[in-house]
Design a protein around this ligand. Sequence first.
Ligand code: 6PG
Length: 473
Amino acid sequence: MKSYIGVYGLGVMGQSLALNIANHNYSVAVYNRSTDVTEKFAKDRIQSRKITPTYSVEQFINTLESPRKIILMVKAGAVTDAIIESIVPLLSAGDILIDCGNSYYKDTIRRNKSLLEKNIHFFGVGVSGGERGALEGPSIMPSGDEANYNLYLRDLFNVISAHTEDGSPCCDYIGPDGSGHYVKMVHNGIEYGDIQIICEAYQLLKSVLHLNNEEMADIFEKWNKGRLSSFLIEITAQILRRKDDLTDNYLVDMILDEAGQKGTGKWTSMEGLDSGIAIPTIAESVFARCLSAIKPQRVQASKQLPLPKQFEVEDKEKFIADLEEAVYASKITSYAQGFTLLAEASKENNWDLKLGNISLLWREGCIIRAQFLEKIKQAFDQDANLTNLLLAQQFKEEIINAEKGWRNVVVTAIQNGVYIPCITASLQYYDGYRSERLPANLLQAQRDWFGAHTYHRVDKPHDQSFHTQWEEF
Ligand code: 6PG
């Protein structure tokens, strides 16, 4: 009996995905480079006859029905290249390789091109939802050849993905070559922004309002019942209540304040810079992780650079309400940036991304899952060519209503010397975007002065450039 599909790589994600596939009645062969891992998986977790463990690459490849369909769930980068190189000689024309890791989209474009020359169909597939999502239903962002996708992968991916309340799968064909990994990358950039915005709210509740963990958990729990309802807000409340196993303290207070990162937020920020799209909230969320990571320097600096005089907040309830508005408005602004980046990438690469559908893929299963994404879908349904989510009727109204509280939060943080880069960058993006006139006229004059870079005039057509001889020398 041959298997319909194979999973190469039995890390936590590979194991969960293989179990999910088998639970939906598809036969799946699994392989891992170190045999111990496969043996342990076979012993502890395989209950279904639908899963066939294999112990050599040759056995793995020969266990698969034709065309072979192989999911790679391995470390992104050089490891993925090395594995592709090692299995391609064993494959036949028409076989299908599916990279479900967090690969850089330019790598996916390159692999797609070179594998096509060998008649192997390559799919770059974004998968979000962590270990539990992979097991119970992740959000899936597939890209590659559409005809082969429809023939061999669509039904499988739809059934193993998360589903919205009305039963729609959180999986939809994204587009050709690297588009699936691009969309996953932007998902992660937005995830970085969401996480940092929540952490900034926590920081303000803790250091300005002096609330304890249980009081903060109550606030996040309450927010989770309203428009901020989301997986990340929900787990924040739960994290704040968790007691430490080793001491009498809360666990969160025992965790070192040094953030890790694997690079997808950085890639998103680099993409913003490369394509000239302002995504300051996402970029600041990456820099916030960088600053957090230099803990010993911060400890030294905190002894030499004192806090400013502290302003106590008198009306705590009002501040908490303002903070909810600041978090919500920052979230809208951050998603506005992420979707603008997606729109630009779609144009640059001819991907024809369906932005409304993408927002629905993220409605369940993934890390940024939230009710909020439905509003984004509605905004694109109302206007498929929307240039910026800030201009969608509903978001426009919500952000104008939130503005006063948002500004109050930023002012309070700045007065008290609290670092809230993402909430501030979001407000600054909003102020920049809604400014009819910015000081770039002066900037252009300076560039023209020292570098003869030329400028456009307000009273002449845009295709005409001007230069002034600013000084005699
Ligand atoms: C997901 C997550 C997942 C992973 C991130 C974390 O969508 O399931 O985004 O891909 O948790 O890579 O990234 P950092 O380690 O960079 O925070």
